[in-house]
Write a protein that binds this ligand. Sequence first.
Ligand code: 13P
Length: 343
Amino acid sequence: MTESLQDIARRLVAPGKGILAADESSSTIKKRFDSIQLESTADARRDYREMLFSADEAMRNHVSGVILFDETIRQQAKDGRALVELITATGAIPGIKVDQGAKPLALHPGETVTEGLDGLRERLVEYHKLGARFAKWRAVITIGENLPTASALSANAHGLARYAALCQENGIVPIVEPEVLMDNANATHTIETCHKVTEETLRVVFEELERARVDLAGIILKPNMVVPGKDSGQKADPSEVAERTVAVFRATVPAAVPGIAFLSGGQSDTLATEHLSRINAIGDLPWGITFSYGRALQAAALKAWGGKAENVAAAQRAFLHRCRMNGLAALGQWNAELESEVA
Ligand code: 13P
């Protein structure tokens, strides 16, 4: 029997579990590998992802779904099994990044619009055959002087809504990701500005989703947290981040949405975990709230791995630790002392 969109969405935000974003594009994974002085070949990318997906305890206990890049959904592990099979064997759901990147928005210096709608229906049909049951599309909103503009907000929200509708038509749960950046060049904005812009962004996104007839019970929202820009000099207390983030959701996210899974966005590993835990500790919220982290789940594992087969076990331990910490944060049960109990 085919699983309904609602069931898939609910599974993605099962208590204590979250999503591993391993969908770095070729240029992004190259940057990550540069940091460990490793050449980005197809085999190196395969070995790295295989290391993560075969971290059995981490995957089984803490990971509900994995977002893949086009290359990865077609790759085989060393033993010949598809990487997708490694993921499903742990009980996690394979997902796929389907956007084709944020491109400069014409006549809007400093702003982008995410492309990838052309041919998307056909790509979704193929991805479904390859095993994907959810997808991701990332729209990027930049804060700056007189930015974001209303037209950038609406163009990006419109793209997200068209994408989400196409996903649902094809039995795939759309992760709707409007990221208000915290780490753009010269990100001097305050937490107050992030609060205002995130609220406006989500308001426009939900207007477009409803207009496009997207079933809100069959999506996952992937937002940023409300934090100050990285160059603001402001240091926000984690409780303020949690309160402001939840206030924005209460104002904009309908209760029909089953789940919210955050991006980490350039926060440090432990701060991303602490914020998630504080948000969940507020309690009594209508949505399942968890992580969909890329950097904040992988950074320690990538460093421990360093591109060497003999480091796989150490890298998997580092990955397990971050997965455990974030799994607890998804329940609102993380605390700083747990960080020192490295497995
Ligand atoms: P980060 O957690 O590294 O921000 O990545 C999540 C993601 O998928 C961004 O699109």
